[in-house]
Design a protein around this ligand. Sequence first.
Ligand code: ATP
Ligand code: MG
Length: 579
Amino acid sequence: MKWTKFFIPTSKEVPADAHVPSHQLMVRGGLIRQVAAGSYTYLPIGYRTLRNIEAIVREEMNAAGGIELHMPALHPIEWWEESGRVAAMGDVLLRLSGSGDDWRSRTVLGPTHEEVVTEIARTYITSYKQLPITLYQIQTKFRGEARPKSGVLRTREFLMKDAYSFHIRLGGPGGLDETYRALYDAYCRIFSRCGLPYVAVEAESGPIGGDASHEFMVPTDAGEDWLVRSQDGAYAANLERAEVAPVADEGDGTDAPLTEVHTPGLSTIDEVSKFLKCTPCKMIKTIIFEADGKPLVALVRGDHEVNEAKLRRVAGVSSLAAATPEVVRKVTGADVGFAGPVGLSVRTIADQAVTVMHDAVTGANKTDYHVTGVQIGRDFEIAESGDIRSAVEGDRSVEGSPLSFAKCIEVGHVFKLGTKYSDLMEANFTDADGKGKPLIMGCYGIGLNRIMAASIEASHDEKGMVWPVSIAPFQVVICALGMGETEVVATAEKLHDELQAADIDVIFDDRDARPGFKFKDAELLGFPIRVTVGKRGLADGIVEVQTRHDGETRRIAPADAVDTIAALIKDLTPTACVS
Ligand code: ATP
Ligand code: MG
């Protein structure tokens, strides 16, 4: 490919709303063009990388036994009503607008494809003999993301590889566990081949629990999730899920009396702890929720936050939302900000760290009052407790290793669905014993655009992107210095043709421009290998071969250049590994 025949609209301008490096560099390099908030054109140079990622994903999915199909973006809303997800998805589910019985009013844009694939399964998969099977696609998803941000890391339209597996059983041969493991491994291979520094973590999996869900995270400040890891390397989880070791009892055996104190207008932990000169960790935060339609009280230490996913699991409820001020008043008899466990008579779950507190401070269930000297067992009983808070700095893993925290972005997710959709949509098969049973399902997603942006987040410098060889738009750029020099142009062209013949992706920068200008663009675009062909070098019988990631330059005879470059590419290609 010749630069002058291709289309690379690089620019010096960075949009004001581009805060993260991948967004800035993709715009500057002419990889993407924003069309509207959360929707982007992939310009030719950007699309090449996306296609490279797609090829790796497809190869590994096929190798793992996946069978490719293609489902549409337009879905009948009836199927989403069947699965109960019209309400669950809320504004994320985009609908076409139409009135009355216009087809548009009954059509949604697919944010994911469990419904469509389950309908296929219930129609065609009727016998245990057809199982297990994994169907997958690489297809465009639409989501009404409230805040599309960070360039293509979070958009309203994006390319996903989504796979769905169907089984007769959970464990054992041909069971969900087996496919889950195979696809988990395939994901490791995909991300390692893309050169991504990923971490597989335990993810929040809702009511199924256990090891039913893993996310693949790339640590980066541009991320919106938190990765929690133990120092000994044995534990990694999403903050939504991360378990903590129990906190030890710090009591000294002397219990203060229960005392009511006037705290007019002071309703936050911060205000009250300052006013009473106690640290937030001496306070019991009392939060009222509505869980499956009933009030539920959660108690955590003042310096901790309730983790709703954990609370939902410990409480064994499916819906959980902060209670309205009216409900708070009804439950506590006080305004919001003065709730406490003493004298409450609704279901209450205490975090483990609360169960070991002494001389605590908490709301008095009376507007403008708190109580101090609160003792568990004497002033109130704890009937239910568990790990219902988010991990914080200073916590340890269940095995006792200190936890550390890093921002991260989710690039993939594997999930054991069980029979959720087969139950709701009546997708059954006939087992060997002649009985009808619901299909056992797994689902597996990867965001292709996110891989691309996450790769830039993980690999760039002040000059620009630094692509891994496996997904670079071109593996090699040839910079010809002096397009008026016959020998320079002839050598560059010959090299270009030879590299292309050797199946190496190469672009020949044939622009009539200064060397510095060409080098800057080559660095911005992050091509892994740059070959510089100039008059002076040729006089010494060499061309320069430079690697982008370390800046190392080699002086090579033109006749040896192709072999040298082929060997470099082989060396630099990330290997597939499974962690
Ligand atoms: P997030 O928590 O980041 O919103 P999600 O949990 O909703 O993502 P899944 O439904 O698990 O995402 O989708 C599978 C994959 O699709 C994700 O791992 C991610 O790589 C990608 N993805 C999800 N939402 C977006 C988005 N808005 N823009 C780009 N990629 C996305
Ligand atoms: Mg997810």
